[in-house]
Design a protein around this ligand. Structure first.
Ligand code: ZN
Length: 177
């Protein structure tokens, strides 16, 4: 396994729509494992392939909660059902020093292919549902900066240009997804 570089805004690969994978082969499995290791190293609780420079529809998640401690590695994830509303202040590994309150669905049912290439269905609620929606947004090139006004987005872009790189590794109290 290897730790990959996490790309940050405004890298174009983060803003592109990713392609579905054609089944889960060894290369995809290796990417999933590298993404998981990269996510733990960051540290974060979720990571999508575009964040490591690959425009493929692959996500990894481990929210590390006691009652639901499950590693999720999914290819081609799709939300097939959703319900309710849940608002949470989100951060993102690709957007250092940026958080925003986002209203999302409280419950989602997600279908996808697991690490063996088998179709799985995941029923999630609350924080896990938020992380799944956040990561699937990444696969469509949607970032948290797309959830705020143009003015705020431009301000953040300017801040990044001025040299946010120096604080890239800074610790945040929030979970990075
Ligand atoms: Zn993110």
């Amino acid at each position: 396994m290897a730790i990959l570089e996490i790309l940050t805004y405004p890298a174009p690969v983060l803003q592109a729509v990713s392609e579905a994978v054609d089944g889960v082969d060894d290369e995809t499995r290796r990417l999933m494992e590298d993404m998981l290791e990269t996510m733990y190293d960051a540290p974060g609780v979720g990571l999508a392939a575009p964040q490591v420079g690959v425009n493929k529809r692959i996500i990894v998640i481990d929210i590390r909660s006691e009652e639901d401690n499950e590693i999720i590695m999914l290819a081609n994830p799709v939300i097939v059902e959703s319900d309710g509303k849940f608002t949470y202040e989100e951060g993102c590994l690709s957007l250092p020093e940026f958080t925003v309150e986002v209203e999302r669905k409280k419950e989602v049912t997600v279908k996808g292919l697991d690490v063996e290439g088998k179709e799985v269905v995941i029923d999630a609620e609350d924080f896990l549902a938020i992380v799944l929606q956040h990561e699937i947004d990444h696969l469509d090139g949607i970032l948290l900066v797309d959830k705020v006004s143009r003015l705020k987005r431009d301000m953040y872009r300017r801040k990044v240009k001025k040299g946010l790189k120096a604080v890239k590794k800074e610790k945040s109290e929030r979970e990075n997804i």
